[in-house]
Design a protein around this ligand. Sequence first.
Ligand SMILES: *[C@@H]1O[C@H](CO)[C@@H](O)[C@H](O)[C@H]1NC(C)=O
Ligand SMILES: *[C@@H]1O[C@H](CO)[C@@H](O)[C@H](O)[C@H]1NC(C)=O
Ligand SMILES: *[C@@H]1O[C@H](CO)[C@@H](O)[C@H](O)[C@H]1NC(C)=O
Length: 656
Amino acid sequence: MRFSVIAAVCGVLTGVVASPTPNANRHVLHERRERLPLNWVRTAELHGSTLLPLRIALTQRNLDKADEFLMDVSHPESPNFGNHWTAKQVAETFAPTDETVTSVLGWLAETGISPDRVKQSQGRNWLHAEVTLEEAENLLRTKYHRYTHTRTGQAHVACEEYSIPEQIQQHVDFITPTVHFDAKTAPQKKRHPMRENEIDIAKRQISTVNLLVESRKERALGSPGSWSQPKADVDTPPVEPYHGLQDCDVSIVPDCLRALYLLPADILSHPDNSYGIVEYTPQAYLPSDLDMFFSNFSPPLVGQRPILESIDGGFLQTTNESFGYNSESNLDIEFAMALVYPQQVTVYQTGDAVEGASFNNFLDALDASYCTFEGGDDPTEDGIYPDSQGGYQGPEDCGTIKAANVISTSYGFNEVDLTPFYMQRQCHEYLKLGLQGTTFVFSSGDYGVAGQGGLCIDPTTGTCSMFNPSFPATCPYVTAVGATQVQANGSVTQPEKAAESFIYSGGGFSNVFSTPRYQASAVKTYFAHHKPPYGPDRYNTTEKSRGFPDVSANGVNYVVSVDGTFNHVYGTSASAPTFGSVLTLINAARMDIGKGPVGFINPALYANPGMMNDIVSGGNQGCGTPGFQAVKGWDPVTGLGTPNFPKMLAYFLALP
Ligand SMILES: *[C@@H]1O[C@H](CO)[C@@H](O)[C@H](O)[C@H]1NC(C)=O
Ligand SMILES: *[C@@H]1O[C@H](CO)[C@@H](O)[C@H](O)[C@H]1NC(C)=O
Ligand SMILES: *[C@@H]1O[C@H](CO)[C@@H](O)[C@H](O)[C@H]1NC(C)=O
């Protein structure tokens, strides 16, 4: 029994190793990295006996039909709207075939990696083996090197391209470690944590592009210098007392959002409803800040806290308190709790304070069929627990957490730092959770057409040139939220414009994902009437790629208490939880009449754009250009616009 070890591990493998065919050795290029990510340099060759944790992502079954499955339960005209799937149905529909598993095992065996060295993940879609560098180079016809991050000194093992046998290609999604550089760098270690200093950095990051590159922080999710964090304006602190509606052009408090989007005052809650906000440690909320906010803007919430779900050792660290450590969580939670009260809010606090975590750690916790049980996550990309650096010593969470009906995340990466296979795989997971009725809301980024950190893509010089879309906002199975603001001296009853104070709404066109069907006519209309004045040196002009954001919500001048003072805070980081709150209220109302959560909403939104307030002014400058402009209809700045709650509610209540 050649498969005894594997069979004992997961009990699913049957069959025999596929016999090699005559052209078994014809290798074809599988993945190549066109350029090194910024600040990584190749530093050394490695010894052939170096051990690598080789992981092979197997292609799943029925992925070609996945989009159709999702539309079947999400398109408003489908008779199956709202008939969401169970986790079991999803896992069974997409698991790799036995043929896939045996073919890949056969290939490994021919190259000298016998099946007893290979383990399969619980979810069946990963094979894992500890191999020497020499074996990996031989298997993948490649050469590995050590790379070093010039600012953090972090080391990383990678190759620039790799090949696999032609007839294996259909069975392999991607392999790690190879060309992937979405390395999780350690959280920023500040010798003298200084709040003012950090705010200063946040301000510099958005005021000049050159400084952005200079003051580049690590992009570890949750680290104090992370680019996706909200920005602060220290020069104009909010003025007390907060009179409310007449000041919404200079200070956004919950009442401003209620007035802008016509949210009801007497809100329904439902015991089965849930709203999750994802935070990455060491980013954490401070209880005293919540109470300071609630006592001003939502008195019944004083003393109340969100439900805390810890993932991979996530906890509310209070060792370090500063704008960089507390602003994202405080912003998200203060506003979400106030807007959906009395509905409860759950915080998914993800990763420990030492190595932190990635989106994959979070998805693993939600879905056992996604996680990487025996093999563990990819050490170059995701948090590995127990933490060998001394952090969280428990096991990795794998299918241990129930997904909330709406999940809002205000963190992101740039597409260019990840590989297409990696992103597609993760994006498909959002699809699968959408099939089960979860809505994923992501911020679209704060740097206009530039990427996180204000960086643009240039293969040769590194200076500003190509626009830099952010991920997961470009994944067609999430709802990407851009930012708007109240016009100067304007009132809450006047139309908003695209955000142009301190931040610019992340938007544009993906270089990886094609236009989803639900968006095709919106994108076509946009190009027909408002063709942007840029060529392919600036953005993906094919008119066939996924445009983002989908929608928008106010993201300027939020009054947030951070470390005992009120600040003005800016970002799509604010827009995402606000939009998520709107959907949570709609879900509560649907559940109250015995219906289920809305799930993946994009097809419904694009089919009925009239339930949004179309935003038609402002732009999203970046990369030395004015960026795109907000226009009538969908645009790559503010999407379909901001929510009109009564219209959305009436529409979604009428759906099955
Ligand atoms: C807090 O800051 C100190 C000093 O920079 C650092 O050593 C420590 O790791 C930080 N703690 C957390 C939880 O980030
Ligand atoms: C807004 O009002 C202030 C004070 O009345 C005025 O100084 C400023 O020019 C106005 N701004 C705009 C854009 O109208
Ligand atoms: C443009 O987007 C499509 C996917 O929608 C992709 O196939 C193509 O490679 C992209 N072009 C560039 C230049 O990135």
